[in-house]
Design a protein around this ligand. Sequence first.
Ligand SMILES: Nc1nc2c(c(=O)[nH]1)N[C@H]1C(S)=C(S)[C@@H](COP(=O)(O)O)O[C@H]1N2
Ligand SMILES: [Mo]
Length: 388
Amino acid sequence: MRLPTVADIERRIPRPEDFESRARGTALTARVGSALGIAFLICFLTGMWSHFQYSTPGWLTLSPRPTQLYRWTQGLHIISGTAAIPLLLVKLWSVFPRLFIRPPKGARALAVEALERGSIAALMGSAFFMLVSGTLNIIGWYPWEFSFRRTHEAVAWVAIGSLLVHIAVKLPAIRQGLGERVEHPDHDLDPSAPTRRSVLNGAFVASGLAVLLTAGQTVPFLRKVSAFSVRPGDGPQDLPVNRTAAGAGTEKTALDPAWRLEVVVGDRTVSLTRDQLLAMPQSTHRLPIACVEGWSRSATWTGVPVRDIIALAGGSPDADVTVRSLQTKGAFGSSLVVGNVVEDARTMLALELNGETLDIDHGYPARLIAPNRPGVFQTKWVNRMEVT
Ligand SMILES: Nc1nc2c(c(=O)[nH]1)N[C@H]1C(S)=C(S)[C@@H](COP(=O)(O)O)O[C@H]1N2
Ligand SMILES: [Mo]
């Protein structure tokens, strides 16, 4: 038996012309690609906003208004990312025969081709990474060792950078494709074959369905429609739960009658029982929990404004306050509330949720709730506030 030669192998590798579907073509690629580009751009901008809200740089002061801002930006982030998945698959299908173009002759042409393919490889790799890691994050599964947040952010820059290069390189083809009619001129030769129009419509329908079936986790009127949304509405007191008291190791300490809220201002510490907190003037506000993982839900919270508690201990009502909890396991056991958020009367140490005593999984005996704040910072099982 003779071993196959390079030429034998080459003969077996298909060529672009071997893929005959007339549904492919620049008219389709340019349209699906434009929609995908818009989805990626929205996803990128809202994602960067999320990083700003999560670790706010010193030059930026985030306002507690608009109250629902983070809910909107993070909702859009998850919706645009979900919409992008079917679009990316159809876009890939429409161009993948081009992967089989043979390398050109000549060093210069070869170098240009290698650069272009390199940028496409970076774009594909980063786009897949973003959509896969984002989806796993939405479903709350972290099968990796690295920090999701930092890696998702770093790769986002690779994705947006290589996307801009790709758009710049392909601009003439994009303009040509958008100028062409969608349908192939001889599409009636074989009426049973899928047409470009049907593939294009299919891509948009699939993308729309993906959104409809999941967006109910953040868009209230879609709640009943979104069969695949991750946290549709279960959880005590009509509000989903990410980390339970058992998960945080607080199921005993939270119910301990010896619980006190310690308020530390300088070298002064004031201890308050839950009854003492209940005896202070209460306020009630409707505020959302807007989780970075893409679900959000408004609820009616009753409790004591944080600024009143700080003032009671002799602190300034616009001080920066570190809020700590009984949590012993895992992340997000404490958070910082900056002065202009403390100052807002709706920033509360909540004692009641939807008219009932806070459920232990929602942070009994007391939890923080503030307007326009990522869910991870709405600290549950609070036992200490420090003016820093
Ligand atoms: N102490 C503590 N508080 C926490 C968390 C946590 O892990 N530990 N998770 C946060 C996250 S990620 C979210 S989205 C909200 C959810 O609040 P809920 O469970 O009452 O809906 O709580 C936040 N508060
Ligand atoms: Mo969250």
